[in-house]
Ligand binder design. Sequence first.
Ligand SMILES: [Zn+2]
Length: 451
Amino acid sequence: MESSSQTHLTEKLLLLQELGYSDRYIPEESPAIFRYRSVDDSDTDSDLRLLDVIATCLTTGKPGDVVAAAFDKREQISLVLAKSGNIDAADYAATRAFLSALREAESWINLLPFLATHSKQNVDKRVRNLHESITDLCDELKLASMSYQFPAIINQFPHSSLYRKAKYPKEPPTPQRFLFDLIDNCVRRSTGFGMEDNAPSRSQYIELFGAADSLRRAAFLTYLTSKYYEGGDSMFKGRVERLKRRLDKVCQYARIETLMRLVKRLPSVPFRWTEDHLVGTGEGSSEIRKDPMKVVEEVLGHSPSPQQTRMLSRHCPELGRNWEQRRSMILRIHPEICIILHLSRPLLSRFLSSQNNSKRLPIGCSKRSCLCCMLWIATFNKITGMSWVASSSNGKPYDNWALPGAAGEMKLIHDWNDFDKMVIRGVHRRLYNKLNTMAWENSASSDSEET
Ligand SMILES: [Zn+2]
């Protein structure tokens, strides 16, 4: 691969990132996303949920530490893991500790000591994000509930009867009272939370989980994000959606119970971390050009108009400084792609000769997949006929995304060069459109960093 293709891509990704860009159609429409419930494929559905939980538990939550997971079902089922940084003995030790904790656990709560030692930063970040959203929305949610017709509590808060009985042993609350209590409990239990390996911290998390789990299923929140709700400002629905996502993230660890059953069924499930030596990729240190305006000019095909320059400095007042800080960085193949590169070659010949080649191949991830991974996987699927899928995407550009280059070469696939080409084209087109439409937009709404 020519290093200039990687450099140009990195520069464009950094510009898009600075512009607060995210492709909102990708999470809805990418063929590399498996849409729960809309497709009748319960195997993929349950594998994907399991793999997402595995990846989430195995990430430390340190900046940039993203884990992806897949099952290799060719012979005996085994677990294949990949991450964005170097793999060392600690990763193997953590995986062994995780699997052994799963074998011995009686409920997800028994996994909390493992999470407190291995995933503390990730758990803390998720609770912090939830705290931010729920305190931000607390008053508006209560206000919106004043004009809401609550259905019966059983329909309003599905799967919450155990929690309700534990919390209100004498008299059941009204639906509105229950809603207010859930909101207040989420605020209170997430305040100043830090996951530690001790009883008070565990019980605070369990309390938070109880309230968050009932709240995330509330019909009221679904109503607020539906087309029927017309209150709130233009950002309101997006903020409620983000709250729902953050509630889900905090509750995701409780899905460990299905995983425990799997591990008990397959007590010695083998695992491996992908440590393939990939040749011909864009990985490694990168050096981008000094002047971001040169990139803008190149993408537009002419010097930016005075209005475009003005809008650019309004959208990204810190562009010069941020650009300077990111001029040299380390690029990585994202873990979803590592999994595909590792497993596709051995799968491909059997895949091309098989009659039943529509089978989906789920990849779990500790973080929503990015724009470039989605573009790459979609093209890969289209050309090879395989069907790799992730559960979600944030549609965001990340400037550390490395092109797989020659590492993506597959013997039986003639057009393997197109895997990268379509990412390069897709990113260029999005930046071109963004720069050209920027003048009509009010202001860039940048979503905060989220796992
Ligand atoms: Zn990615």
